[in-house]
Design a binder for this molecule. Structure first.
Ligand SMILES: *[C@@H]1O[C@H](CO)[C@@H](O)[C@H](O)[C@H]1NC(C)=O
Ligand SMILES: *[C@@H]1O[C@H](CO)[C@@H](O)[C@H](O)[C@H]1NC(C)=O
Ligand SMILES: *[C@@H]1O[C@H](CO)[C@@H](O)[C@H](O)[C@H]1NC(C)=O
Ligand SMILES: *[C@@H]1O[C@H](CO)[C@@H](O)[C@H](O)[C@H]1NC(C)=O
Ligand SMILES: *[C@@H]1O[C@H](CO)[C@@H](O)[C@H](O)[C@H]1NC(C)=O
Ligand SMILES: *[C@@H]1O[C@H](CO)[C@@H](O)[C@H](O)[C@H]1NC(C)=O
Ligand SMILES: *[C@@H]1O[C@H](CO)[C@@H](O)[C@H](O)[C@H]1NC(C)=O
Length: 316
């Protein structure tokens, strides 16, 4: 779910960004993620069913707003005090939805090579087959700042891609094609594929997930992650915490959740999907936890259970 533009500090503030080609529309994030991440920080997530969610949100990526159609967000290292209590009874969340594992086919139709050496930052950008202009804009703008300790790939669903798009995609070597049909309703699968691919293919310290309409101030991000005395526990999610958000019950909403899908009146706290950073140590436990969870049509929210040992240390 996207943070509302609120005119906060922009990462891109002092840059001349050439982004005319970017369209405004925005990306959603999968609900599973943020939530999951948050959960993982504090406990190994188990099935939604049994417990209370405890979330550790450690930091904020902070405010986002639009500059020339790019969404920008400021990174703020804001520590939250875990454990945050789940604001609803987990018993109310006995969803009939199948587990994520039963919907995720696994596998990749194309898997570019990650550098052999350990990366400081692996950047995986959620994109869609038709978003050629957005990918081009990223390559020609903020991705120019990356040095060889960072790699950037785009991840998209590669099944049932239109013939015309398929031909053009042949020329994009930085695109990962996951084994599912790219659609809004499948965003949660993209989140799973991201964890799956990152865990299998790359060595890195931090994984940055962002959408293809995000402008990332890489120098600043790198500075926040590696300098300023930053010390992160290896099971940390850094991002914009969405605390106490309510499910949208309007069918017109992109984030619509019916009472059957999600009965509680409030979502578990989660890291807002347009961008967040996960430490390497969280990838594997997060992936296995997510696969066991009930399906939720939000890519960045993961209601889960606290009976697994997802204990992590607090960061300061
Ligand atoms: C993609 O998923 C299908 C099932 O939906 C499976 O049969 C196939 O082997 C998978 N392909 C890869 C490359 O993993
Ligand atoms: C990448 O760039 C940063 C400065 O932006 C620098 O401190 C770092 O050493 C560089 N890494 C490599 C491998 O060149
Ligand atoms: C980055 O470049 C430096 C200097 O050319 C090299 O020593 C280092 O191995 C490279 N790192 C990666 C991850 O490719
Ligand atoms: C993805 O979404 C499409 C349509 O929204 C659906 O037909 C498809 O089965 C979904 N799942 C996979 C694994 O592709
Ligand atoms: C739900 O979504 C609709 C349509 O996008 C929006 O107008 C409304 O403000 C949202 N409601 C809440 C509670 O966020
Ligand atoms: C973080 O966890 C990953 C995956 O378990 C591991 O490879 C890496 O060495 C850990 N990093 C640190 C600094 O402990
Ligand atoms: C997901 O559900 C299926 C049955 O619907 C079950 O066979 C499978 O073990 C479950 N997977 C996980 C990881 O919980």
């Amino acid at each position: 779910m996207r943070w509302q533009p609120d005119g906060g500090n922009a990462l891109a503030r002092n840059r001349e960004v050439q982004v005319n080609m970017m369209r405004i529309s925005c990306v959603r994030f999968v609900k599973c993620f943020s939530l999951r991440m948050a959960l993982l920080n504090s406990l190994k997530i188990l099935a939604l069913i049994t417990g209370v969610i405890i979330i550790f949100g450690y930091h904020y990526l902070s405010v986002s707003h639009k500059i020339n159609n790019w969404t920008t967000r400021e990174i703020q290292a804001v520590s939250l005090k875990p454990p945050l209590k789940l604001k609803f009874n987990i018993e109310d969340f006995l969803s009939n939805e199948p587990n994520v594992s039963s919907k995720y086919p696994g596998g990749f139709l194309r898997s570019p090579e990650c550098p052999a050496e350990e990366l400081e930052i692996l950047i995986l950008v959620f994109s869609a087959p038709g978003n050629f202009e957005r990918r081009k804009a990223i390559r020609e703008n903020w991705a120019q700042d990356l040095n060889n300790s960072t790699s950037l790939f785009f991840i998209l669903g590669g099944v049932e891609v239109k013939e015309r798009d398929r031909e053009k995609l042949e020329f994009e070597q930085d695109v990962i094609l996951a084994n599912f049909t790219d659609s809004y309703r499948n965003l949660t699968l993209k989140t799973v594929a991201l964890l799956d691919w990152a865990g299998q293919n790359c060595e890195f310290t931090f994984l940055l997930k962002c959408d293809d309409d995000m402008y990332i101030n890489y120098p600043k991000l790198r500075h926040k992650l590696f300098e300023e005395n930053a010390v992160f526990d290896n099971k940390t999610i850094i991002g914009r915490l969405a605390a106490g958000w309510k499910p949208n019950r309007s069918k017109k909403s992109k984030y619509y959740l019916s009472k059957t899908e999600f009965p509680p009146q409030v979502l578990p706290d989660f890291m807002s999907g347009p961008s967040y950073v996960i430490t390497a140590g969280l990838i594997e436990p997060l992936l296995s936890a997510v696969l066991e969870e009930h399906w939720l049509n939000l890519e960045d929210v993961l209601p889960c259970h606290p009976d697994k040992d997802l204990q992590t240390n607090r960061t300061s």
